[in-house]
Design a protein around this ligand. Structure first.
Ligand code: HEM
Ligand code: HEM
Length: 190
C-alpha cells in the first residue's frame, strides 16, 4: 500500500480545502448571490416601495453585494496557484511519484491513477486559466481572448465538480472493501 510523507499529506489536505472553498464560492455565485436573480428581487422590492430602478442600476447593486464574497475566489485562487507549483515539486519525491508507476499497478489501480492524471491536468489548467483571466490586461491578453479562456475555465470546472464527490466516495468504498487504513494513511501517515 502507498505511504505518504508529511509534506504530501499537508499538500493533500490544504489543496482539498482550497479546492472545496473555490467550488463553494462558485456555488454561492450561482445561487444565493446570483446577480441576475438578486437584481430582479431588488428592482421588484424597490418598485413595491415606489422607487423605480433600471435593470442596469439593479444589476450594479446586486453585483456589489456579491463582489466581497467573490474576492475569496481570487484569494483562494492565488493559494491554489502556489499549491499547484508545490505539487509539481512533489513529483520529484517518492510520495509524489508512487501513483504513477503504472507497471507496478493492477488494473483497478491503473484506472484510479489514470483518473488522477485527468484531475492533475485539470487542476493545472484551472490555475493557469484563472490567473490568465484575472491578469489579462497585465499579460497583454485581448478581452475577447480572456472571455474565451473564461468559457474554458468554466467548462473544466465541471470535471473538478465530478471528480471531488467521486473521489471521496471512491476512497470510502475502497477503505470499507479491504483497503484498510487507506484514509488514515492520508491523515496521519500510518
Ligand atoms: C474530504 C475528503 C477527501 C478524502 C477522505 C480524501 C482521501 C484521499 C486518499 C485516502 C487518497 C489516497 C488514495 C490512493 O491511495 O490512491 C487521496 C488521494 C488524492 N486526493 Fe483526496 N481526499 C479528499 C478530498 C480531496 C479533494 C477535495 C481533492 C481535490 C482535488 C483531492 C485530491 C486528491 C488527489 C489529486 C489524490 C492523488 C494523490 C496522488 O497520488 O498524487 N482529494 N485522497
Ligand atoms: C480548482 C480551481 C478553480 C475552480 C473550480 C474555479 C471555478 C470557476 C468558475 C466555475 C468560474 C465561472 C463563474 C461564473 O461566471 O459563474 C470562475 C471564474 C473565474 N475564476 Fe476561477 N476557478 C478556479 C481557480 C481559479 C484561479 C486559480 C483563479 C486566479 C486567481 C481564478 C479566477 C477566476 C476569475 C478571474 C473568474 C472570472 C470572474 C468573472 O468573470 O467575474 N479561478 N472560476
Amino acid at each position: 500500500m502507498k505511504k505518504w510523507s508529511t509534506s504530501f499529506r499537508i499538500w493533500h489536505w490544504v489543496n482539498a480545502f482550497v479546492v472545496m472553498g473555490l467550488i463553494g464560492t462558485v456555488l454561492l455565485r450561482e445561487t444565493f448571490l446570483n446577480s441576475r436573480e438578486n437584481a430582479s428581487i431588488i428592482s421588484n422590492k424597490l418598485l413595491e416601495m415606489g422607487i423605480a430602478l433600471s435593470g442596469e442600476q439593479a444589476k450594479v447593486i446586486a453585483k456589489s453585494i456579491f463582489a466581497p464574497m467573490w474576492e475569496w475566489h481570487i484569494y483562494l485562487g492565488y493559494l491554489f496557484g502556489a499549491l499547484v507549483l508545490y505539487r509539481l515539486a512533489l513529483f520529484f519525491t517518492k510520495s509524489g511519484k508512487q501513483s504513477f508507476c503504472f507497471k507496478e499497478l493492477d488494473m483497478h489501480h491503473k484506472l484510479v491513477s489514470a483518473g488522477y492524471v485527468v484531475i492533475y491536468v485539470s487542476l493545472f489548467f484551472m490555475a493557469i486559466s484563472g490567473l490568465m483571466i484575472h491578469f489579462y490586461e497585465e499579460l497583454g491578453v485581448l478581452k475577447e481572448t480572456a472571455h474565451d479562456i473564461k468559457e474554458l475555465h468554466e467548462a473544466v470546472y465541471n470535471i473538478i465538480l465530478i471528480f471531488v464527490p467521486l473521489h471521496v466516495a471512491g476512497v470510502v468504498v475502497a477503505a470499507l472493501r479491504g483497503e484498510e487504513g487507506l484514509i488514515s494513511k492520508m491523515v496521519n501517515g500510518k
